[in-house]
Design a binder for this molecule. Structure first.
Ligand code: HH2
Length: 256
């Protein structure tokens, strides 16, 4: 899953694809690099980010989804039902929901749904990053939401531990160390760790534009741990890595 942030303020690519033509061109470049899904988002959810009004988010997202959808599977990264509905009407077939609340929208639109775990909301989520058992709590939350979605009629439900969303570096590493716990729920797992701050912390405080190799290593770790989709900014190296992991047969769930 390639990241396409149509925002002025995303933590790594904010402002680069705000113009719809630039966004579409970047989305098509991600497809050429090997993305199976392009994830279009119009609201940054980085720690401390301010919410975006729905009309502005719609203005950013819908025209880009419309143009990309005939070329690639498009997911919409949103917390708002109205934006998810409009993006699906424009051709998106996956709702990437960092609030883990929009399963009714996915059910009535008959599209897939990603439930991501977040503690609190982006503006304040790093203030209260406390857990007794981060892996168990995240697993229980995601499993409960996923089961609700299935009961509501969603056929394709993904779960995502929400790396960096109300979590310290230690919490992120615990979740990555215990991916098997999430995989064991039976729901396909997606992980978005690309360029996030723990990658910088583990690599000598590498700045955000120097986290490519660390992000790639994290993606490969996830693939080997049974994660079925990784959400990344650097699609080309990740797609190459996925081809090697697949070729070596480390993904038994893909039938090899
Ligand atoms: N992370 C971000 C946004 N959406 N969706 C899922 N499913 N999983 C994630 O880990 C995830 C996500 C944050 O990263 P990014 O989009 O690069 O930045 P920003 O929120 O600043 O736009």
């Amino acid at each position: 899953m390639g990241v396409l942030n149509v925002t002025p303020d995303s933590f790594s690519d904010g402002g680069r694809w705000l113009d719809p033509e630039a966004a579409v061109a970047h989305g098509l470049a991600l497809v050429a690099e090997g993305a199976d899904v392009v994830d279009v988002g119009g609201e940054s959810t980085r720690p401390g980010a301010e919410p975006v009004p729905a009309d502005e988010e719609l203005r950013r997202v819908v025209p880009v989804v419309e143009v990309l959808a005939p070329h690639v599977r498009v997911s919409v990264d949103t917390r708002k039902a109205v934006v998810a509905e409009a993006a699906v009407a424009a051709g998106a077939t996956l709702v990437n929901d960092v609030s883990a609340q929009l399963y009714d929208v996915a059910a009535s639109a008959r599209v897939g749904w990603v439930a991501m775990h977040m503690r609190g909301e982006p503006r304040t989520m790093q203030h209260d990053a406390r857990y007794d058992d981060v892996v168990g709590e995240v697993r229980d939350f995601l499993r409960a939401r996923a089961e609700k979605a299935v009961a509501a009629g969603v056929d394709e439900v993904w779960i995502d531990p929400g790396i960096g969303f109300g979590k310290t570096t230690d919490h992120n590493l615990s979740l990555l160390r215990h991916l098997d716990v999430l995989v064991a729920t039976g729901f396909p797992v997606v992980v978005g760790a690309s360029r996030k701050s723990f990658v910088g912390r583990l690599t000598g405080d590498a700045p955000v534009d120097d986290r490519r190799e660390g992000s790639l290593a994290t993606a490969v770790w996830c693939m080997l741990g049974g994660v079925r989709m990784v959400r990344v900014h650097d699609v080309r190296p990740t797609a190459q890595a996925a081809a090697i992991v697949d070729g070596c047969g480390a993904q038994p769930h893909r039938g090899r």
